[in-house]
Design a protein around this ligand. Structure first.
Ligand code: BGC
Length: 762
C-alpha cells in the first residue's frame, strides 16, 4: 500500500471517529475538490489550506534531516538531506529532499550500493558555455532523484564567484551574471522536467565559507541588484524553480532567512516569485521575524538553536504576531508548488526504480568533455600523438580516479570510490567531509588509446624518480589536484603538497610535459612557461578519466572556456586575505579545548564564531570586471580557452533600439571540426563613470572544418543598465554603448556601437 492510499484510508477512519463538528472540517477524501486537475495550482492549494488544521499547517513548515525517514521506517531507502511530513489524510505527500547540483548526494553515508551518477562540478558545466549541457545534466540528475523517491532536489547553486579562494566555487557557475543565470536556469529546468521541485540557492551573497554561519555580507543595493541578484533573477525566470533556499549569512545586517528586503521585497514582490522559501540547514534565527520577512519553511531544524517554525510559530500565530493570512500563505506556497510540479498528482515512487546508469554516465562524460579548457598548447603538443612510444603519467592518483569536491554535494559515484580520505587538518565537526575520488582512471583511458606504447605511472612523491622517468619519455602527463570543499576556504591558490615543484622539475627534465589540472577553481601556475601544455579539467565527474583522455588525444575538440578569471597572484583579487579567518581560527581553538557537551539537543553550528563584516568593495564588478577596473593582468582572463582548430569572427551587425541584437559570422578556419563559444561584451559605465565590460551574450557553436555560421544573440537590457534605487528600477545611461565580440574578455575581435537604447528598462 503506498503512502497516498494509506493516507486516504487513514483519513476515512479518522473522519468516522470524530464528532460531527470536527468531521465537517476534515474534508472526507471522497470530496477532495483539490484533486481536480483542471483547477489552477493556486486554487487547488487554497482548497487544501482550507481543509487543514493549524497543527497540520505548522507541521508542513519545518523539517528534519532526511535520516528521520529511515529512523521511522528502516526499510525506507529515501534518506536524503531533508524531510518534511505531508498530510496523509488529505493525500498530500511528504517532501523528500536530497542534495544537490552535481548528482544525488549520498557522500555522507556511503552506504554500500547507494550510488548515483556524478556530474562534473558546476564550474565544468559553466565552462561549456552551453545551456544544452546544463539542461541535460539537470534532467539526468532530476531523473535519478525521482527514481530514488525524492521530490525535491536541492540544486541550483548560483552564487557568483567573488573570491577565487571560496571553498565552494566548484558548486557554482563562475563569476559572470549572465553565464551563471542562464546555465543555472537551464539546469533547474532540466531537473524539474522530471515532475519534481528544484531549489535555487543560496540567496544571497553566500560567497565565502569561513564564518558562513555568522558573517555579514555588505554591499549597496544597486550593486547587488546588478550582480548576484541579477544572476538569481535570470535563473529564476528561465528555470522557474519551485523553491528558493536562503543562505546562512547576513546581508547588510539581516540574516538571509529573515531578510525582509531580500525575501519579501526583491524575491516575492519585485520578481513575483510564487514558490516557497526554504532555509538552508541551520540558517534560521527567529520565528515571527523570519516568517514575516518571507521565510516559508525551516529546513534541517536539528541544526538550528530551536524549532522556530514548530511550537513557537503556532504560539506566534495564536498570539497574532504572525497573522493567519501569512501562515496560510506559507502553506499555500508549498502546496501550489507541489501541485504545479506534479509532486502530488504523480508522486515519486516509494520503491526505488531502476536507473540507466550507462546512459547517465554518458551525459556526465559529455559535460566533462565540453567543459575541459585548453589553457596552453605550445607547438601543438596536444592532441597527443598516438605514435608516442613511451608515455609517463605522474601524480594526481591518475592511476585510480579523478578528484571531486567535498561537502553536501558529494556524490558516491556509480564508477566507485577508490579513494576516500579524511580532510587534511579538518575540524572534528566536519568529519563527514572526505577527500573523495571517483573511480574513473585517466591512466587506464590513456593506455586504451595507445595500446602499443609503454605507459608507466608514478605517484609523484619521489620527484627525482618522476623527473628520471620523464626524461626518457616521448610525452609526459602530470596530473595536479587542488581539493576544495564546502565549509572551508583555501588559504592559497597555489597547488598543495609540493605539486608546483614536481611539475617544475618534471618539465625541466622533459618540456613535452602536459599538465592536467583537476581543481575546484582558479589555481596559480608558477611553472606555466616551462610546460608544453595545460588543460583544466575541473572536477570532471564519474567519467572524468575517459573525458580527459578523449580531449588529450583529440577525439573531441578542446571546447571549454574559463567561467572565471585565473589570477596571476594570490594578491590580485579584491580580498587577498579571507575576511574573518582570525575569528574562525580563534573560535576553533576555543572549541578544541572544551570538553564535548553530552546529551545536547541542538548544535551550535557557528562554532562560537562572532559575527564579522565582509565588505564587497568591488560591488557589481565581480571577477573580470574587477580586473578591468584595477587594470590588473590576470594569468588567464574570463572566457579564455584554446581549441584544436581556429575560429574567426566577421561581419558584425549591431541593432540598437528596444530589442537590441548582435549578429556575426563564426568560421572554423582550421583543419578539423570543433566547438567555439564566441562572447559578446558591452562596455557599461559604472556609477563612478568608469566603464567595464559585461558579458551580454554568448553561444556555443559546433562547426566542421571550413564551415561558417551566422550567430545572432538578443541582449537582455538589464545587462546594459544600472539599477537606480531612488526610482527604483533599471535605467540605461544616455549614449551609445560599445560592443565587442571576442574569444574572451581581453581580446576584442569585432567592435560596434549599440544606440537608440531605451532609458527605462522593465
Ligand atoms: C548546504 C546546502 C545544502 C544543505 C542540505 C547545507 O549545509 O549549504 O547547500 O543543500 O546543507 O544538505
Amino acid at each position: 500500500m503506498n503512502n497516498r492510499i494509506a493516507g486516504y484510508l487513514a483519513g476515512i477512519a479518522l473522519a468516522t471517529m470524530l464528532p460531527i463538528a470536527a468531521r465537517a472540517q476534515t474534508a472526507p477524501a471522497t470530496a477532495r475538490a483539490w484533486s481536480d486537475t483542471s483547477l489552477s495550482s493556486d486554487a487547488r492549494a487554497a482548497l487544501v489550506v482550507k481543509a487543514m488544521t493549524l497543527d497540520e499547517k505548522i507541521a508542513m513548515l519545518h523539517g528534519t534531516f532526511g535520516s528521520s525517514v529511515r529512523k521511522a521506517n528502516p526499510a525506507d531507502k529515501r534518506v536524503g538531506a531533508g524531510h518534511v511530513p505531508g498530510v496523509p489524510r488529505l493525500g498530500i505527500t511528504d517532501l523528500y529532499e536530497t542534495d544537490a547540483s552535481l548528482g544525488i548526494a549520498n557522500g555522507g553515508s556511503m552506504r554500500p550500493g547507494d550510488v548515483a551518477t556524478a556530474l562534473p562540478s558546476s564550474l565544468a558545466t559553466a565552462a561549456s558555455f552551453d545551456p544544452a549541457i546544463a539542461y541535460a545534466g539537470g534532467a539526468m540528475i532530476g531523473a535519478e532523484a525521482r527514481a530514488k523517491g525524492f521530490n525535491v532536489l536541492l540544486a541550483g547553486g548560483v552564487n557568483l564567484t567573488r573570491d577565487p579562494w571560496n571553498g565552494r566555487n566548484f558548486e557554482y557557475l563562475g563569476e559572470d551574471v549572465l553565464l551563471s543565470g542562464v546555465l543555472a536556469g537551464e539546469s533547474i529546468r532540466g531537473v524539474q522536467s522530471n515532475g519534481i521541485v528544484s531549489t535555487i540557492k543560496h540567496l544571497a551573497l553566500n560567497a565565502q565559507e569561513s564564518g558562513r554561519y555568522v558573517l555579514d555580507a555588505r554591499m549597496p543595493e544597486a550593486a547587488l541588484r546588478e550582480s548576484d541578484l541579477l544572476a538569481f533573477q535570470i535563473a529564476i525566470e528561465r528555470g522557474r524553480p519551485g523553491s528558493v533556499m536562503c543562505g546562512y549569512n547576513k546581508v547588510n545586517g539581516d540574516w538571509d532567512c529573515e531578510n525582509d528586503h531580500l525575501l519579501n521585497q526583491v524575491l516575492k514582490r519585485d520578481w513575483g516569485f510564487k514558490g516557497w522559501v526554504m532555509s538552508d540547514w541551520g540558517a534560521v534565527h527567529s520565528t515571527a521575524k523570519a516568517a514575516n520577512a518571507g521565510l516559508d519553511q525551516q529546513s534541517g531544524q536539528e541544526l538550528d538553536k530551536a524549532i522556530y517554525f514548530g511550537a513557537p510559530l503556532k504560539a506566534a500565530v495564536e498570539a497574532g504576531t504572525v497573522s493567519r493570512a501569512r501562515l496560510d500563505d506559507m502553506v499555500a506556497r508549498i502546496l501550489r508548488t507541489m501541485f504545479a510540479h506534479g509532486v502530488i498528482d504523480t508522486p515519486s515512487p516509494v520503491v526505488p526504480q531502476p536507473i540507466d546508469y550507462a546512459a547517465h554516465g554518458l551525459i556526465a562524460q559529455k559535460a566533462a568533455e565540453a567543459g575541459i579548457v585548453l589553457l596552453k598548447n605550445d607547438r601543438d603538443l596536444l592532441p597527443a600523438a598516438r605514435t608516442a612510444k613511451r608515455i609517463v603519467v605522474i601524480g594526481g592518483h591518475a592511476d585510480v580516479g579523478v578528484l571531486s569536491g567535498g561537502g553536501s554535494s558529494q556524490v558516491a559515484a556509480v564508477a566507485g570510490t577508490p579513494i576516500r580520505l579524511p580532510m587534511p587538518n579538518g575540524p572534528a565537526n566536519l568529519g563527514f567531509i572526505k577527500v573523495t575520488y571517483h573511480g574513473s582512471s585517466p591512466l587506464a583511458a590513456i593506455k586504451a588509446r595507445v595500446p602499443d606504447a609503454v605507459v608507466t605511472y608514478l605517484d609523484g612523491k619521489d620527484v627525482a624518480a618522476a623527473a628520471d622517468a620523464a626524461r626518457a619519455a616521448d610525452l609526459v602527463f602530470v596530473f595536479a589536484t587542488q581539493w576544495r570543499t564546502e565549509a572551508i576556504d583555501l588559504a592559497t591558490l597555489a597547488l598543495p603538497d609540493g605539486q608546483d615543484a614536481l611539475i617544475e622539475t618534471v618539465a625541466a627534465a622533459n618540456p613535452r610535459t602536459a599538465v592536467v589540472l583537476e581543481t575546484g577553481g582558479a589555481v596559480l601556475m608558477p611553472w606555466l612557461s616551462k610546460v608544453g601544455a595545460v588543460i583544466e579539467a575541473w572536477y570532471p565527474g564519474e567519467r572524468g578519466g575517459e573525458a580527459i583522455a578523449r580531449v588529450l588525444f583529440g577525439e573531441v575538440d578542446a571546447t571549454g572556456r574559463l567561467p572565471l578569471t585565473f589570477p596571476a597572484s594570490d594578491r590580485q583579487m579584491p580580498r587577498p586575505d579571507i575576511p574573518g579567518l582570525d575569528k574562525v581560527n580563534e573560535a576553533a581553538a576555543r572549541q578544541a579545548s572544551k570538553p564535548p557537551t553530552v546529551g545536547a539537543t541542538t548544535i551550535d553550528i557557528s562554532g562560537g564564531v562572532e559575527s564579522f563584516p565582509v565588505d564587497y568593495v568591488e560591488g557589481a564588478d565581480a571577477g573580470y570586471r574587477w580586473y578591468s577596473r584595477t587594470e590588473a593582468k590576470p594569468l588567464f582572463p574570463f572566457g579564455y580557452g584554446l581549441s584544436y582548430t581556429r575560429f574567426a569572427y566577421s561581419d558584425l551587425t549591431v541593432t540598437g533600439g528596444i530589442a537590441p541584437r548582435v549578429s556575426f559570422t563564426v568560421t572554423n578556419g582550421g583543419r578539423r571540426a570543433g566547438s567555439d563559444a564566441p562572447q559578446v561584451y558591452a562596455s557599461v559605465a559604472g556609477a563612478d563613470g568608469v566603464s567595464v565590460q559585461r558579458l551580454v551574450g554568448f553561444e556555443r557553436v559546433t562547426l566542421r572544418s571550413g564551415e561558417s555560421r551566422r550567430v545572432s544573440v538578443s541582449l537582455d537590457l538589464r545587462l546594459l543598465a544600472r539599477y537606480d534605487v531612488t526610482k527604483p528600477g533599471w535605467r540605461i545611461p544616455p549614449g551609445a554603448v560599445p560592443i565587442m565580440v571576442g574569444h574572451n574578455v581581453e581580446t576584442p575581435t569585432l567592435n560596434g556601437m549599440l544606440d537608440r537604447l531605451p532609458h527605462r528598462v522593465k
